[in-house]
Structure formats: structure tokens, C-alpha cells
Design a protein around this ligand. Sequence first.
Ligand SMILES: [Zn+2]
Length: 99
Amino acid sequence: MAQLICGGCRTLLMYTRGAASIRCSCCHTINVAPGQAEKSTSFSSSMMRIFQRGLLRQIDKEAPRLTESGFHFLLMDTNAQLWYIIREYISNSEAYLMR
Ligand SMILES: [Zn+2]
């Protein structure tokens, strides 16, 4: 058995190792199991840096969590998402070249 803190209500949940997701019995939030999350979020580090500029919030070694603007990003259409990433990438690389 493994343990996980629910993203919705912060209750400690127990789950069988290998499970892909765990539904919280208190608030019914579906939590992605940490092992699975690592696999599905295997972005390159530069890509991750773009998402961490506002879309995702990562505290220490916890799994990254979506911010409000990250959620808006998910609701954009694919073209808008691509432009967002390209714009962020360009401004990111400009900042990198300035150093
Ligand atoms: Zn919960």
C-alpha cells in the first residue's frame, strides 16, 4: 500500500501501488498516482520551465499542480496553446541569451 495526499481536501489516502488514479472518498477528487504522474509529465526541462512560468506550480518534490491560468490554458484551442508556448519559448530564450 502507498499513501497520497488528496489534492482537493488534503486527506491522506491509501492506495494500491501501481494504481493509475485514486478517487478521494471525502471530496471525490480524482488524484493521479505519483508514479504515473512522473511518466505522463516527462516534458523536457526547457518545456517544463515554460509551464512553470505561470501555468504550473511545483512545491519541492510534489507533483506539479495547475494554477488558474494553467487551467485557462487547457481550455484554449490548440492554435492558441501553440502560440502561447511559442511566445513563452521566445521570451524565455531571450532572457537566456541576455545573461
Ligand atoms: Zn479529497
